[in-house]
Design a binder for this molecule. Structure first.
Ligand code: NAD
Length: 424
């Protein structure tokens, strides 16, 4: 056996340790003092809850959930809610810290938060998911509120889950409170364009990157890992720009067609079977092989720690646009930078979702709805401006786009801390 076959795969990094390493790099560039590092390098508030749900078979099951607020310095905190069996407190803390930097990169007036419940919604009925959502909302209602902390969808949660959250919070308040959550259905104050916003934002910054690199987007080859909300909307957005999406995957497997996938037929297949696997217009490939296909643009849009020191040397993309949060380990990041692969970091690339969530929150507070064209135009302005600010910072300091984005973001949060001062 060769050495590579006998050597055990390195353990996947703890996402919160990754988040802290990324923060510390920026803190070094900004010469932050120890007190500021200790404050911003950890989370402001962490709530763990354990609660019962009566399942369809009449039995009671206990679930564990979290809501973490990393920072409230730049405004109310904002961040999605994830339902997944692998949720941990450290994962939620990392996602919450990343939200702080993301909101700062695109300069919207929020701090960062995140929530999660350890559960497998694939094994639960709609009725059970509704009861879990309502009880979890009630448990975290001491933290959330339209001026305090505003949840949104994340992995395995969607507009329906947000509607149950909004209804539960409103029942406790005694009146309707639409701006307590974003990513809601349009019928209760959701924003036009929110469902597509994260994927659309990924496309906008990637096209900016292609322009910067002198690559024609027309005919660019796109590979997407994770065909959920972010991945499927990014795939469609790239296809609308004349790119060819050749491969996509989900937790069950991956599919490939060198001539390009017919996304309309694929969506119908996913609606019917709940997976991309078995799509007649493509061949089946391994999920790991998808990441190393030759392509112009690789979009990881699933979970953390997918691009590692093991596969990074074999990645054949020109640009990586991080639709997911934390898909690249720090070791892989260094390899990609040395190999000259242009990485659009998560806190920039997937910020389109929270940007249109901000639009939805503003519309909710004002009870005034915007047209889809208005939403998309404002999204384009913010994403384009943010890309150029990050690029300038990265070029000025001769660092990667990730470090550039972190320096910009951490600096904005530190300035908020300085100008607000320390209470009491
Ligand atoms: P989702 O639940 O809609 O989709 C997740 C997809 O990833 C599913 O298709 C799932 O099958 C697939 N998947 C899971 N494990 C996989 C694996 N090992 N290999 C390949 N595919 C796998 O979730 P989403 O909202 O699209 O979120 C995806 C990522 O984007 C997450 O990291 C999330 O934090 C991030 N994100 C989401 C938003 C948003 O607006 N929804 C905004 C910013 C960032």
């Amino acid at each position: 056996m060769t050495e590579t076959l006998t050597r055990p795969a390195p353990a996947k990094p703890n996402p919160f340790v990754t988040a802290q390493q990324q923060f510390n790099l920026a803190a070094d560039y900004l010469h932050l003092d120890d007190g500021t590092r200790a404050l911003l390098g950890d989370c402001q508030r962490e709530l763990a809850v354990r609660f019962p749900v009566r399942m369809d078979n009449g039995k009671v099951r206990a679930f564990t959930g979290y809501r973490v607020q990393h920072s409230l310095l730049r405004g109310p905190s904002k961040g999605g809610i994830r339902f997944h069996p692998d949720v941990t407190l450290d994962e939620v803390k990392a996602l919450s810290m990343w939200m702080t930097w993301k909101c700062a990169v695109v300069n919207i007036p929020f701090g960062g938060a995140k929530g999660g419940v350890i559960c497998d919604p694939r094994e639960m009925s709609l009725n059970e998911i509704e009861h879990l959502t309502r009880r979890y909302t009630s448990e975290i209602s001491i933290l959330i509120g339209p001026q305090k902390d505003i949840p949104a969808p994340d992995v395995n949660t969607n507009a329906q889950v947000m509607a149950w959250l909004m209804d539960t919070y409103s029942m406790q308040a005694g009146y309707s409170v639409p701006p307590v959550v974003t990513g809601k259905p349009l019928s209760i104050g959701g924003s036009e364009g929110r469902n597509e916003a994260t994927g659309r934002g990924v496309m906008i910054v990637t096209l900016e990157a292609l322009r910067h690199l002198g690559i024609d987007p027309h005919g660019a080859i796109v590979v997407v890992q994770g065909y959920g909300n972010v991945g499927s909307n990014a795939a469609h957005a790239f296809a609308e720009q004349g790119c060819t999406v050749v491969a996509v995957s989900d937790q069950y497997g991956a599919i490939y067609n060198s001539m390009g996938l017919d996304l309309t037929l694929l969506d119908a297949h996913v609606r019917d079977t709940r997976s991309v696997v078995g799509f007649p217009g493509a061949e089946s490939i391994g999920g790991e092989d998808l990441l190393t296909l030759p392509c112009t643009i690789l979009v990881p849009a699933a979970l953390e720690n997918q691009i590692t020191e093991i596969n990074a040397p074999r990645i054949r993309a020109r640009v990586i646009a991080e639709g997911a949060n934390g898909p690249t380990t720090p070791a892989a990041d260094r390899i990609l930078f040395e190999r000259g692969i242009f990485v659009l970091p998560d806190i920039l690339a997937n910020a389109g979702g929270v940007t249109v969530s901000y639009f939805e929150w503003v519309q909710g507070l004002q009870s005034f709805l915007w047209k889809e064209s208005e939403v998309n135009e404002r999204l384009r302005d913010i994403m384009t401006r943010s890309f150029n600010e990050v690029l300038q910072e990265a070029e000025n300091r001769h660092v990667s786009m990730r470090i550039g984005a972190y320096i910009l973001a951490v600096d904005k949060v530190v300035r908020a801390l300085e100008v607000r001062g320390i209470y009491p």
